[in-house]
Ligand binder design. Structure first.
Ligand SMILES: Nc1nc2c(ncn2[C@@H]2O[C@H](COP(=O)(O)OP(=O)(O)OP(=O)(O)O)[C@@H](O)[C@H]2O)c(=O)[nH]1
Length: 420
């Protein structure tokens, strides 16, 4: 689904546009205050923000709103060719039976930039979500999987930790999936994370699935593909999803918005080595683990632990029921790792019982939806014929100081609006 046209009203109060699903087009008017929108949110919430835009759709034929949503969803499946339908059915069946090859193929589908494949991916996701909802109902409404974000600077010991921790979890009967979000893959073509040689034993473990997640060059890309890969892994029966990032960029902020718990791994080094770590990332952590706490490194690890305990006291708490903790671990000696898992389970339990986990997941759905909208709208703006040819010229004039950025933006927006 994409939004090929979007207009802002002269009073800047509402957005109206044309929303195109793969097979139909709809007009919609969306106002920040729902009662002023042409479509109010439908009673049945959609779980995939990829289809959330449909909540505000008002078809030009004036169908009742619930029907309109239904029609849009049906539109997604009705138009599949036999071959496409067979592919979606095969992937879905294989995925929920836990076949890794089908999971891998399904993730490749959601990562595709090909527009038709993206549509097929949405059909598949919708089926997986319906299955997921059923399973969650059977689980008395409790989430089926624990989503954990794991970040740390290069060399912090992430892969050594995941190898040790992952083996421990699979031995305890869990199914673990590791999604490595690699911001470097889009700029350098190289891969810092997700390289299977980093976790040799775990990658041979049939209860673990390791997957690098290319970012398609944008933060929105991280959000879409990683969120959708999480859902597919959950559909495949993985009950612990680890999303790994290198803590030096922006992607961990996106990742923190898609997981239940965010963990920061820090090496026992101070000053310069931790310069790359952004303060904001520490603020997002529910748990900070100082790695390599063994041998000669125990003393510096204790020092860093004490520093972070004090630093965290000064930060604003993000949860009403959980105080971020700082622990020491060693993936070499195994020290602290069982205790770390206990803390993680404690976090999940506390968040679940208090209702904060459910609220957090709901909020994340909204963040996800808006980041998809933003990505699509900006892309549409940039490629719009009235704007595209003017961008290089105006950028040049802004760079040379001949035009203020504000005026340049106004001119582009004006050109964009005038063509609708
Ligand atoms: N002493 C000790 N060394 C460790 C431990 N964990 C990792 N190391 C060492 O630290 C170095 C970096 O470990 P990695 O696990 O590759 O770190 P990483 O964070 O995955 O690094 P990138 O792949 O660069 O992101 C390696 O030489 C490891 O052997 C530990 O628990 N104790």
């Amino acid at each position: 689904m994409n939004i090929p046209m979007l207009l802002q009203s002269p009073h800047q109060h509402f957005l109206k546009g044309l929303l195109r699903t793969p097979f139909r087009r709809y007009h919609f008017v969306f106002h920040p205050r729902p009662h002023l929108s042409s479509g109010i949110p439908c009673a049945q919430p959609l779980s995939s923000p990829g289809l959330h835009c449909a909540k505000w759709m008002l078809p030009s034929n004036g169908l009742p709103r619930k029907l309109c949503l239904q029609t849009a969803l049906e539109g997604h499946t009705e138009g599949l060719s036999d071959k496409e339908q067979r592919l979606v059915d095969k992937l879905y069946a294989g995925l929920i039976q836990g076949q890794r090859a089908c999971l891998a193929e399904a993730i490749t589908l959601v990562e595709s930039t090909h527009s038709r494949k993206k549509e097929l991916a949405q059909v598949l996701l919708q089926k997986v979500l319906a299955h997921h909802r059923e399973q969650e109902k059977l689980n008395k409404g409790k989430p089926l999987a624990f989503r954990v974000g794991l970040s740390g600077p290069p060399g912090a010991g992430k892969s050594t930790f995941i190898e040790y921790f992952g083996k421990m979890l699979t031995e305890r009967g869990h199914k673990l999936s590791v999604l490595a979000v690699d911001p470097s893959s889009c700029t350098s073509g190289g891969s810092l994370l997700g390289d299977k040689t980093r976790m040799t034993e775990l990658s041979r473990d049939m209860k673990a699935y390791i997957r690098p997640s290319p970012t398609r060059g944008t933060l929105g890309g991280v959000t879409r593909t990683t969120n959708e890969a999480i859902l597919l892994c959950e559909g495949g029966g993985y009950d612990i999803i680890l999303v790994e990032t290198v803590g030096v960029g922006q992607s961990e902020f996106a990742v923190a918005d898609m997981v239940d718990m965010f963990i920061l791994l820090l090496p026992p080094a101070g000053g310069d080595e931790l310069q790359g770590i952004k303060r904001g990332i520490v603020e997002m952590a529910d748990l900070v683990a100082i790695t390599k706490s063994d041998g000669d490194l125990i003393v510096p690890a204790r020092r860093i632990q004490a520093e972070y305990v004090s630093a965290l006291k000064l930060l604003r708490r993000r949860s009403g029921v959980w105080k971020p903790k700082v622990i020491r671990i060693s993936a070499r000696s195994g020290e602290g790792i069982t205790e770390m898992w206990d803390k993680m389970k404690e976090f999940r339990e506390v968040m679940l019982v208090s209702g904060e986990l459910a609220a957090k997941r709901q909020k994340q759905q909204k963040v996800w939806m808006w980041s998809l909208i933003q990505e699509n709208v900006v892309e549409h703006f940039r490629t719009h014929p009235a704007v595209r040819e003017q961008i290089p010229l105006l950028e040049e004039r802004v760079l040379s100081g001949g035009l203020s950025p504000g005026l340049a933006a106004d001119l582009l927006l004006k050109a964009f609006k005038s063509r609708h």
